[in-house]
Design a protein around this ligand. Sequence first.
Ligand code: NOJ
Length: 741
Amino acid sequence: MRITLVAIVALMAYAVNAQANPSTINSKIDQLLSAMTLEEKAGQLNQYSGYEIVTGDIDQSKMDYRKTMVAKGLVGSVLNVLGTEDTLKAQRHAIEETRLGIPLLFAFDVIHGYRTIFPIPLAESASWDLEAIERSARIAAIEASAAGQNWTFAPMIDISRDPRWGRVMEGAGEDSYLGAQIAKARVRGFQGDDLSRSDTVAATAKHFVGYGEVVAGREYNNVDISRRKLWETHLPPFKAALDQGVSTFMNAFNEFEGVPSSANNYLIGDILRGQWGFDGVLVSDWDSFGAMATSGVTADDPGAAQMALEAGSDVDMESDVFVQYLPKLVREGRVDKALLDAAVRRVLRMKFELGLFDDPYKYIDAEREKRLILAPEHRQAARDMARKSIVLLKNDGKLLPISKEIKNLAVIGPLANDQYHMNGFWRGKGQAQDVVTLLDGIKAKVSEQTKVRFTEGSDLEQRNHKKLRKAVKLAKKSDLVILAVGEDADKTGESASRTNIKLYPAQQELIQAIYKTGTPVVMVLMNGRPLAIEWSAANLPAIVKGWFLGSETGNALADVLFGDYNPSGKLTMTVPRNVGQVPIFYNHKRVSRPFDATDRWNSKYIDQSNKPLYPFGFGLSYTEFAYSPVKLSTNNIDFDNTLTASVTVTNTGKRFGEEVVQLYIQDLVGSVVRPVKELKGFRKISLNAGESREISFEIGAKDLAFYTRDMSFKAEPGDFKLFIGSSSDDVQSADFKLTAN
Ligand code: NOJ
């Protein structure tokens, strides 16, 4: 059927402001639905990728076919079509050439920045600074939306406890409570409080759900966890994102209880759409509908389309099965038309909410794109976020901060003058050329008299004897070495699982050779996952966890190394001693035979400590904080009242500093085995030298609730221990009781 201009005009006249009340939007959607063919409906659920960042097989020769599909109104959304020029072209196809002129959605993985690149999300989480994290997402949204995007596939809120899995870099670490707070902050940042504004984008809570549990940390592997673990550990951040009003969810690649997440009735039907009442868009992951036949839960693609739609998934990213088969399946009576309509309704509603029916071009503004991309204030915020993300792991003899007047400084390492890797994985539209390297940051920081000399020392992975010799020579004639080592950013992130989480041997050799020179060494670790750096932790005097910090890497690191910023980051993922301890996380459950060094028959390794190298919540500062004993307002509460737990934190050092005061609770007896401790609150505070502050937390029955033996979520009366301190392993404790009313 050829375009009828009359129809378009009539429909566009129905456009309503996104703030309009839902019933007005619904009646407009009804009118649209009644005008749509089955093919056009399936088309709204169809999502294709452009050309930029693809995370699966894509046949480039099919690009023309895809454009034709857009022009026929058989595509509802696209991903990886970026920038005002390209989004404008695509949107014009949709508006001007299709029968109904329904605008496209433009999606992209804006994970830690669009062009101004912020630290990888795992690094940002180490700031424990919710405002800064929100700002980071806000700026990412401002830049992305100025470049035509209106939908980000972020935040990734999978709880992850296995550093072999490359995607740990995308999340907020191992803890569900902290993960939930950070999920909210990111959703707030991306969406603001009005989705129809042209500088906000729809966020996506992904991947629903359990993906962080891929067996043995191997990417795209199966997941085999209990419902209890699902509810206790993996669902809380998703519920938090939902409560924050996240616009969309994304299916995970993994199965749960044998059924792919994309077609899992329990996950989608019972939990997401049922108990949680989510009526927004649920998008598949890349080809996750198409992959169902590969895993053998259905014989063919029509079967996959049917299963996915019937379970409650809406948008088909890249597998083509909805647009190919749904119309036929409905015509043959195999799929209920009402289900198709419901999914299309959700997609159209999202378009209304984003204001696209008011103005399909509202996000496409070349002037804004030019002005806002890499704006100085965005870079400033990226520097601030990067400084806050850095974790000081070791600082023997107060080697850090380094004096800016130092005479001979060697900067060594394959990552010391690197721009490319610093943007990390999922670098959006980030460009290597925008990155301030560590070397440049240092040069800009030190005094004019300081001689800064750089050499690589090794390749990232390959041994290079010549480079090594040069580095040793340089170290010998220097007062101090800053040694930047770590990972290849493309060996972190999606599809980058490792069985070995040590530094590459070439780099380990470099570290040991430099150490042997006797010149003091500050190791700056640049990575996307916890690395087992046992030798360095035992031997080097100073270690700074510098992650992949994005555009402002060098400036932020120099701020920390030379003391213009006092490090305040705290680990959000436990660092193991070796891969054999994995998965290792602080809030593990109690065991029936706890560790006892004097006895053989208990829960331990015979060749390694149970303890991690660095615990969750750990991170040093250039000053020291002393904690008073914990005071409780009462040590007996019932279900109707609360107690206040307080400590006085004193900055006993000589300089201003920030501290993350952490609250943990342990339920001593429960109807099911309970964790040794669980994070229940935190406060990031700043104190001048000598200053003290009392920090209080209020605790009531709701903070003590858990999934009891019958899976009801409630607190059980009994004895509790409460801990407050500076890491999960460095706490003061107090006891209290919860009594039945
Ligand atoms: C696959 C990833 O799992 C997902 O997180 C991402 O959003 C899509 N690819 C699109 O790039």
